[in-house]
Design a protein around this ligand. Structure first.
Ligand SMILES: Nc1ncnc2c1ncn2[C@@H]1O[C@H](COP(=O)(O)OP(=O)(O)OP(=O)(O)O)[C@@H](O)[C@H]1O
Length: 319
């Protein structure tokens, strides 16, 4: 049993502290973490005869940035949906997961959010037709988008409106969107929309934020700012789990990388270790020949020759 250490607020701002914390964790799928904030067991999701998610065990370390990567269709978004209560596992009896010491298996999306785990959503059509500030106010009412209908009716806590507005202002200023508060969300640039999605999720003061492709559609000018914001959240003590296809970003900001393929966790470890793992390269190359793994050296002639050799061996073995 590994010794449990608690990452206090701000303590993970130091890269050496993060490295030390994770140094004893083996780079194997399902590895135990020193202080997991999220623990998932036996979670499966089938669509018809197809298995989208089949995760035996996963622990997400508190206070660091974990990336969830994998080829298209690997099950990353479905996994996010399951743990945040937006989808139900196919075998509800077998599945169990806990967040911050609380069992979440049978709770709704809004209870998950209340427990402190929120996820970002891409702006839907309805949200695009609302102003930036209204989007933020909606964020305070739990998981925006899904609860739009309910949120249209003024809830009992309207008395807290001023407090909520203060929070919205503070976040919009932080994310440099305050000037845009009265603009329709639909008029924002791709990068500004990503910032709004993140700011909106922060309205409920989460302990853990789950970001679904935070860099998709972001122009280079805003990339740096987004990366800075994500690192800033971690440095303040928040746990970040994000799904991303941009391997440069994954390599640049993650403290730990988890790889999914065909619904399963196939590898995990520090970014450099994972991205030079032949199983990971295979998972990507198998489904996605043009994927840039964020390191030009990774696909050097030598690596390609090794891969070709492996394929040759396999063909020999299997006739
Ligand atoms: N509601 C659904 N009905 C049927 N099949 C679904 C549904 N949602 C997801 N799937 C299937 O489940 C598999 C996993 O999808 P998922 O979106 O979770 O993958 P992903 O890793 O997030 O992919 P991407 O990186 O392309 O977003 C895919 O084959 C997908 O077609």
């Amino acid at each position: 049993m590994s010794e449990r250490t608690t990452a206090g607020v701000g303590s993970m701002a130091d890269p050496d502290a993060r490295r030390r914390l994770m140094s004893g964790v083996p780079a194997t799928p399902g590895a135990a973490k020193p202080d997991p904030i999220l623990t998932v067991d036996r979670i499966t999701r089938h669509f018809g005869g197809m298995t989208a998610v089949d995760v035996e065990h996963l622990e997400v370390q508190r206070g660091i940035i974990t990336a969830l990567i994998g080829p298209n269709g690997a099950g990353k978004t479905t996994f996010f949906n399951l743990v945040t209560g937006f989808d139900k596992p196919s075998d509800g009896k077998a599945a169990s997961w806990s967040f911050d010491g609380r069992t979440l298996s049978k709770t709704s999306a809004s209870s998950v959010a209340k427990a402190g785990m929120v996820r970002t959503f891409q702006l839907t059509k309805a949200l695009n037709r609302m102003t930036v500030l209204d989007n933020m106010m909606l964020g305070a009412r739990g998981q925006a988008g899904e609860n739009l209908f309910k949120a249209m009716f003024r809830p009992a806590w309207a008395a807290q409106e001023a407090e909520v507005e203060d929070k919205a202002r503070e976040l919009l200023q932080r994310f440099k969107l305050w000037e845009k508060r009265d603009d329709y969300a639909g008029s924002l640039s791709g990068g500004q929309r990503k910032l709004l999605e993140m700011a909106r999720a922060l309205m409920t003061d989460p302990t853990m934020i789950m970001l679904d492709e935070p860099m998709a559609g972001v122009n280079p000018a805003l990339t740096q700012s987004l990366l800075g914001h994500i690192q800033g959240l971690r440095d303040e003590g928040m746990t970040v789990l994000f799904v991303e296809h941009d391997m440069h970003m994954v390599r640049h900001i993650s403290d730990w990388v988890v790889v999914m393929a065909e619904g399963r966790i196939v590898a995990e470890g520090p970014p450099d270790t994972v991205m030079s793992d032949p199983a990971v390269i295979d998972a990507y190359l198998g489904a996605h020949h043009d994927t840039d793994l964020g390191d030009d050296d990774l696909l050097s002639d030598e690596v390609m020759a090794d891969l070709a050799h492996e394929v040759e061996q396999e063909e020999k073995e299997h006739g």
